[in-house]
Design a protein around this ligand. Structure first.
Ligand code: HPA
Length: 270
């Protein structure tokens, strides 16, 4: 079946479950799915019941769509995302972004947990993503192209106006936010200290295993993107400790109150 036919079937299924089309999409990363609990009049749709959706396997990711109202906006949230390291193709990883576009979403907020590389960062910081470096050795747009430009421009992958809005909201709510470049690695092993040194030299401030494929597809689809990283740990060799998924989850738990306020207030003004 052609991708466009699959998208059409998924779209029809979702539209049969909801009474309105959302305009804002939220992709919630490790430990950040809690934001979806704040959505009013929610419709929950598990990934495994959606035609053509992959199924999420990683711990700490719930695996469902939550569609409803958040601060007066109609939103669709992914509580849990798909990762390349789970064995999904990048087509599968980015399929939900295509679906968001198909059902009328115009802007998305992509969130993740990331390791801090910039030495001025500390665990628990929030970083607005100003740009990314794709180090997955893959690109979700490889293959036949029907959904957008063959060679999409990535000069402003992350919307300047949404970055400014996010900074304003953070300021108003006295939430400290940093800005930086996110390096997208394939994972699932964390980086070696030598790799982190390399990432630092090429200009990365934080590193993670998601987001980049989704943002490439979002840009290709004509969506406006805001990216927010929760610095869940300092990257390998920057901290003296070895990295664990437990630390990542513990930090996102600690930062969640501020993260929730920040994202909700941004959504209100989008
Ligand atoms: N490296 C890669 N991915 C991550 C990290 C990290 O240190 N922390 C959270 N996701």
């Amino acid at each position: 079946m052609k991708n466009s036919e699959k998208i059409q079937q998924t779209k029809e299924y979702l539209l049969s479950k909801i009474k309105f089309c959302p305009s804002v999409g939220l992709v919630l990363g490790s430990g950040l799915g809690i934001l979806a609990e704040e959505i009013e009049n929610p419709v929950y749709i598990n990934y495994d019941e959606i035609p053509h959706f992959p199924v999420s396997t990683v711990e700490g990711h719930e695996g469902r769509l939550v569609i409803g109202n958040l601060r007066g906006k109609r939103v669709i949230a992914m509580q849990g995302r798909f990762h390349y390291y789970e064995g999904h193709s990048l087509d599968a990883v980015t399929y939900p972004i295509r679906i968001m576009k198909a059902i009328g979403v115009q802007q998305i907020i992509v969130t993740n947990a990331a390791g801090g590389i910039n030495p001025s960062f500390k665990t628990g910081d929030l970083m607005i993503i100003k740009d990314h470096i794709n180090l997955t050795s893959q690109n979700p747009l490889i293959g036949p192209n029907s959904e957008g430009l063959r060679f999409p421009d990535m000069t402003e992958a992350y919307s300047k106006s949404l970055i400014n809005l996010a900074k304003e909201i953070a300021n108003k709510n006295k939430i400290n936010v940093l800005e930086g470049v996110y390096a997208g690695m394939p994972g699932p092993s964390y980086e070696t200290p030598a790799e982190i040194k390399f990432l630092s030299v090429i200009g990365a401030d934080a590193v993670g295993m998601s987001t980049v494929p989704e943002v490439i597809v979002a840009k290709h689809s004509g969506l406006e993107v805001l990216g927010i990283s929760c610095i869940s740990n300092m990257a390998a060799g920057i901290s003296e400790y070895s990295l664990t998924h437990e630390e990542v989850m513990e930090t996102t738990e600690k930062i969640k109150a501020q993260f929730l306020i920040l994202v909700k207030e941004i959504v209100a003004d989008m």
